[in-house]
Design a binder for this molecule. Structure first.
Ligand code: HEC
Ligand code: HEC
Length: 202
């Protein structure tokens, strides 16, 4: 086989391995298509490919701490990460759900404007309109509010510290519990129609 043929065959094998891992391992918590049924497990369908690779790598090297994800990534090979990210990134995210319309409305304003008094920048500036994400800024639309709230709390406390430039730690520290809940409710209610955009990876 030619060098190109070998490379193509290896890529096809890696993609097939990723499908198998997704269907046998990840499925238990993140759902078959990356849309999880249980709110503590994040939806990973449609997340930016580079963002998924970064998170898996950082669960592996301990930069992002999770007692649940650590033993799982420990069993992966470094060459599994990119095909797994490609697989989940290309899955279609389910539309969000409105649980509390008035809280979501409060969160909508916060998402668009931030809080000038306490110096919280508008989320939309980085996570984009419709929270579709872009480049290093992950898609948030339709994510489980419970998961979003916990991540904001973890950034505020420093338990999650893998954000480039400390962006999220600085932002979350300045947010009130009420603002976190409202913005999580709004983001969690967003539909799946926002196009997913991908730019550079790491
Ligand atoms: C036993 C349940 C479980 C299994 C199985 C599992 N995960 Fe996770 N995963 C979690 C939890 C819980 C989190 C949230 C960790 C945290 O609190 O920061 C997570 C987070 C993630 C994230 C970060 C999402 C984000 O929005 O930042 C990615 C990516 C991910 N998992 C990918 C995978 C892949 C790929 C597999 C299969 C190889 C997998 N997970 C298997 C429970 C699981
Ligand atoms: C200056 C840019 C910037 C702004 C403004 C910003 N973010 Fe982020 N956010 C990021 C980056 C970068 C990441 C990814 C961190 C990483 O690599 O783990 C992130 C990650 C997150 C995550 C974790 C997502 C996941 O799947 O685990 C949440 C939740 C979040 N941001 C919410 C918000 C909210 C709410 C606001 C507005 C109050 C906001 N962000 C404003 C840059 C920003």
């Amino acid at each position: 086989m030619s060098a190109l043929g070998l490379a193509l065959a290896a890529a096809a094998a890696a993609a097939a391995d990723a499908e198998t891992i997704a269907a046998t391992v990840c499925v238990a918590c993140h759902g078959r298509d990356g849309n999880s049924a249980v709110p503590v497990f994040p939806n990973i369908a449609g997340l930016q490919e580079g963002y998924i690779i970064k998170q898996l790598r950082e669960f592996m090297n301990g930069q992002r701490k999770s007692d649940v994800m650590a033993p799982i990534v420990a069993k992966l090979k470094p060459e599994d990460l990119a095909p797994l990210a490609a697989h989940f990134s290309s899955q279609r995210p389910k539309p969000g759900v409105v649980h509390d319309a008035s809280l979501a409305d409060e969160g909508r304003k916060f998402y668009a404007d931030g809080n000038e008094v306490t110096g919280v920048p508008a989320c939309v500036g980085c996570h984009q309109s419709g929270a579709s994400g872009y480049s290093i800024y992950p898609r948030l639309a339709g994510q489980h509010p419970e998961y979003l709230l916990r991540q904001l709390q973890n950034f505020a406390s420093g338990d999650r510290s893998n954000d480039v430039g400390r962006y999220m730690r600085v932002i979350a520290k300045r947010m009130t519990e009420r603002e976190m809940r409202a913005v999580a409710e709004y983001i969690g209610s967003l539909g799946a129609d926002a196009p997913q955009t991908e730019a550079e990876t790491w």
